[in-house]
Each structure stands twice: as structure tokens, then as C-alpha cells.
Design a protein around this ligand. Structure first.
Ligand SMILES: NC(=O)c1ccc[n+]([C@@H]2O[C@H](COP(=O)([O-])OP(=O)(O)OC[C@H]3O[C@@H](n4cnc5c(N)ncnc54)[C@H](O)[C@@H]3O)[C@@H](O)[C@H]2O)c1
Length: 429
């Protein structure tokens, strides 16, 4: 069994980290993507995304011959025994899950498995609403290939819990691994693959595994929106919500994590997954009011930054506003659903002159706003040209109070100490 031969379809954040992680464990891994540019970069040892430790591990795996990348899905599946599906599952306009990439890969896999005479295990890693793996992925593969799940091919769903910014670490030291298995053989294969990483392996049915992922993300998103709402109340009462949550989080039933108020959550997972769960609930006749509120609070939270800027500067037209931090959190270049995007859009609406700086995410934000905003080469340049500075992502390099030389700072992430920073406004403290 070890080393296992693995193909990973989709070489984005989730797929590439898994591919490099399994290669690091001395398995033989093939990364597959439709994007030739990504494939070329991976084969050169350059990850197309930024994640701490990813580049070193990728280079090491390439040197040992444990990983390669290709656009040829057919050969990759033929040459391996296990395939992970890690393509994107974005939102449709109504928030429901868009399964076009999943469906396409399922068709491809059906065509390939038709010609393969060996048993092959298919595992969905992408986040998919309950029922997708069995009703869409497996059914499509069966109807295209004429083969049967459990007999000719194995079927499992193992949700991905990695945190962007800590993804490599999370892969190597997961809290738990969830294996949703259609058949024991597939479950055993995945168990063997993961047992090197943790003893906390939960084996369950496929629908439950799919739901565990949505429930985890919905719960974490709820903690954040809850804390932001308490933070907004605290701000009006002139109480520091961080002091409050310190006292609250010591209750072991609550835990101190995800109680940090700020300008809202973003990223490729929380907003998309909560919206997909809402849409799925509605489609089966249940109105998820709590989850709707989680999204509502999160949409209005970045606008608190504008409200606070107006409190100090009144009219923001032609005012020079600097955003420090664009990525949805430190340690990544990912700006998907980042609060920075809402803040920039709101500032553009009121005619502010916007300068931005982020150590990793400038290219990604430029792809959205092009010449409508100014991109500063350094944080010092960004700060120099401003009437107000908004800290939107808590990169460590923004923590030096001396940088701001008494300019107005609106801190969306508790990056600075409000007691020692002059001319300071915290979003919820
Ligand atoms: N990003 C995360 O931190 C994270 C964490 C947990 C779960 N997930 C889940 O993992 C899945 C992937 O997310 P991501 O952030 O890695 O997405 P991503 O958009 O970064 O990567 C998806 C990749 O799939 C490729 N792709 C699309 N169609 C393909 C096809 N037919 N064949 C081969 N490759 C194809 C795309 O080119 C892209 O490179 C999603 O369901 C997401 O919810 C992501």
C-alpha cells in the first residue's frame, strides 16, 4: 500500500497542499489541472499560490521524484490507484453550490474508468453539499463508465479542513480526518493513507462527512458574526470587546478561539459554504434564520470601517484613504470574499482616493480594481499618502505604531494597542 499512487484533480489551494503533503509522506503523486500555467509552475517547483512551507516541500518532493504535474487527467488516473477530486465548488448567484467543475470531472472519470480494468478509489475532497458525492459524482461515473461503485471502483468523501495561511501545517498535523465511505475497502485505503498523520480518524457514511464540513464552517462563521455583533454593541457602550471575550472564552464550553471581533470574515470557504448550506436548507423546505443572520452581520461589518472614517473626516469625497492589508487573512494572497473588496467598493462609491498595500495580495486585487485605485510599492509609501489608514488584514508588519506618525488609524483587526497609539479608532473597541 505504501507508497500509494495518488492523483489529485485540481491544483488550487486544497488540491496542491494535499498533493504536496501526500508526496512529502513519500507517496507518488500526480497533480492534475486544466490550467497549463499552474502545471508548468508546479513542475518548476514554484507553487502558484503562497503558503508557508509549500515551496520547500514541493521542491523537495520534485527532487525525490515523488510528485509531478500534468493536464493529462486520463494518464494520471490510469497510472494511479486513488484519485482525489479537489476542484472548486463556487457559489451560484443565489448562493447555491455551483457543481459544474465537479460534474465535468465526474464525466472525465467515467470515461477513463470505462477503460481501466483495475479497481480505483475515487475520493471527493472538494466541499460539496450532502448528497453530491453519491447522487452526482458516483451516478455520473456509473452511467458514463458502466461500472459499479463498491465493486469496480471505490467511493469516499473526505472533507478538507485546512486553514489558508497554515495549510501545510494543518495537512501534516490535522485535528482530525473525516472519512465518509461508501464501501469498507475505500475507507480502509483512506485510513491507511491518513493514519500517519493522526489517530483522530472518524469513519462515517458519505452524507455525514459532507455535512460535517458544512457544520464546522457554519459554526465557526457563526462564532465570528456573533462576536462582531457583541463588538458593535460594546463599541457603543465604550467597552473593549476583546476584554469581554477574554472573560467569555475561558469557559471551556465556549473556548477562546474564533472570538476575535473585526471587519468580518472572508475567504474561499466561510461565505461560500454558509450560503450553500442556506440554499440547500431552503431547497428542502427549511428556513435557516440563524445562518441568514450570520451572513447579514458579516456583509455589514466591513461598512463599519467607512462609518468610523466618516466620524472623523465627515465627507470622504477626495479624501486619501489607505488600506493596509487586502488578503482575507494574514499568511495568504487569497482575496476571495475579502472584506477589503467591500471596503474599497464602498470608498469608491463615496469618491475617496484609495491607496492600497499588502505584502502578498496586490496582484490579485489589481485584477479586480485595475486603475481605479493606487497600488503603493511599500507600506511606508501607502501611509505617507493618506488622510486615514484602515488596517484590514493583521499582517505582523503593520504592528509597529511608529509607522503611522500620528495619522488617523482605523483598525479593523486589533493590530495596534489603542492605549498607546495616537489618533486611533478600533472597529469594536
Ligand atoms: N481553499 C481552502 O483553504 C479550502 C479549504 C477546505 C476546503 N476547500 C474546498 O476545496 C475545493 C477546492 O478549493 P480551492 O480553494 O483549492 O479552489 P481553487 O479554485 O484554488 O482550485 C481549483 C482548481 O481546480 C482546477 N480545475 C477546475 N476544473 C478542473 C478540471 N476539470 N480538471 C482539473 N482541474 C480543474 C482549477 O483550474 C483550479 O486550479 C473547494 O470545494 C473548496 O471549498 C478549500
Amino acid at each position: 500500500m505504501h507508497p500509494a499512487k495518488i492523483s489529485v484533480i485540481g491544483s488550487g489551494y486544497a488540491g496542491l497542499v494535499n498533493a504536496v503533503g501526500f508526496a512529502h509522506l513519500e507517496n507518488k503523486v500526480i497533480c492534475v489541472d486544466i490550467d497549463q500555467k499552474k502545471i508548468d509552475l508546479i513542475n518548476k517547483g514554484i507553487p502558484p499560490i503562497y503558503e508557508e512551507g509549500l515551496e520547500e516541500n514541493l521542491k523537495d518532493a520534485l527532487k525525490k521524484g515523488n510528485i509531478k504535474a500534468t493536464t493529462d487527467i486520463s494518464r494520471s488516473v490510469m497510472e494511479t490507484d486513488i484519485t482525489f477530486i479537489a476542484v472548486g465548488t463556487p457559489s451560484n448567484d443565489d448562493g447555491s453550490i455551483d457543481l459544474k467543475y465537479i460534474k465535468k470531472v465526474s464525466e472525465d472519470l467515467g470515461n477513463i474508468l470505462k477503460k481501466k480494468d483495475r479497481y480505483h478509489t475515487i475520493t471527493v475532497k472538494s466541499t460539496v453539499v450532502p448528497g453530491t458525492t453519491e447522487d452526482i459524482v458516483a451516478k455520473t461515473i456509473e452511467s458514463v463508465s458502466g461500472k459499479k461503485r463498491g465493486k469496480d471502483f471505490g467511493l469516499a468523501m473526505s472533507p478538507e479542513f485546512l486553514r489558508e495561511g497554515k495549510a501545510m501545517d494543518d495537512f501534516l498535523k490535522p485535528d482530525r480526518v473525516v472519512i465518509g465511505e461508501h464501501d469498507k475497502k475505500s475507507g480502509d485505503i483512506l485510513y491507511a493513507l491518513n493514519k500517519l498523520l493522526t489517530d483522530n480518524i472518524i469513519r462515517t457514511d458519505i452524507k455525514t462527512a459532507e455535512m460535517i464540513k458544512y457544520t464546522s464552517n457554519a459554526f465557526l462563521a457563526t462564532k465570528i458574526s456573533f462576536t462582531n455583533e457583541i463588538g458593535n454593541i460594546c463599541k457603543k457602550l465604550e467597552i473593549d470587546v476583546y476584554d469581554v471575550m477574554k472573560g467569555v472564552g475561558m469557559d471551556f464550553r465556549i473556548s477562546p478561539y474564533f472570538l476575535s471581533a473585526g471587519c468580518g470574515f472572508g475567504g474561499s470557504c466561510f461565505p461560500k459554504d454558509v450560503k450553500a448550506l442556506i440554499a440547500k436548507s431552503k431547497s428542502i423546505g427549511y428556513e435557516p434564520e440563524l445562518l441568514e443572520s450570520v451572513i447579514k452581520v458579516n456583509k455589514s461589518q466591513p461598512k463599519m470601517m467607512i462609518y468610523l472614517a466618516k466620524k472623523h473626516l465627515e465627507n470622504l469625497k477626495d479624501k486619501k484613504i489607505t488600506l493596509l492589508g487586502l488578503a482575507f487573512k494574514p499568511g495568504t494572497d487569497d482575496i476571495r470574499e475579502a472584506p477589503a473588496i467591500i471596503i474599497i467598493e464602498e470608498l469608491l462609491k463615496v469618491g475617496a482616493k484609495i491607496t492600497v498595500y499588502d505584502p502578498q495580495a496586490m496582484g490579485n486585487i489589481k485584477a479586480i480594481f485595475s486603475d481605479r485605485i493606487t497600488y503603493a510599492p511599500t507600506k511606508k509609501d501607502a501611509i505617507a499618502a493618506s488622510d486615514a489608514i484602515m488596517i484590514v488584514t493583521e499582517w505582523d508588519e503593520f504592528r509597529d505604531e511608529k509607522l503611522y506618525s500620528q495619522k488617523l488609524v482605523i483598525d479593523g483587526r486589533k493590530t495596534l494597542n489603542k492605549r498607546t497609539t495616537k489618533n486611533y479608532e478600533g472597529i469594536c473597541w
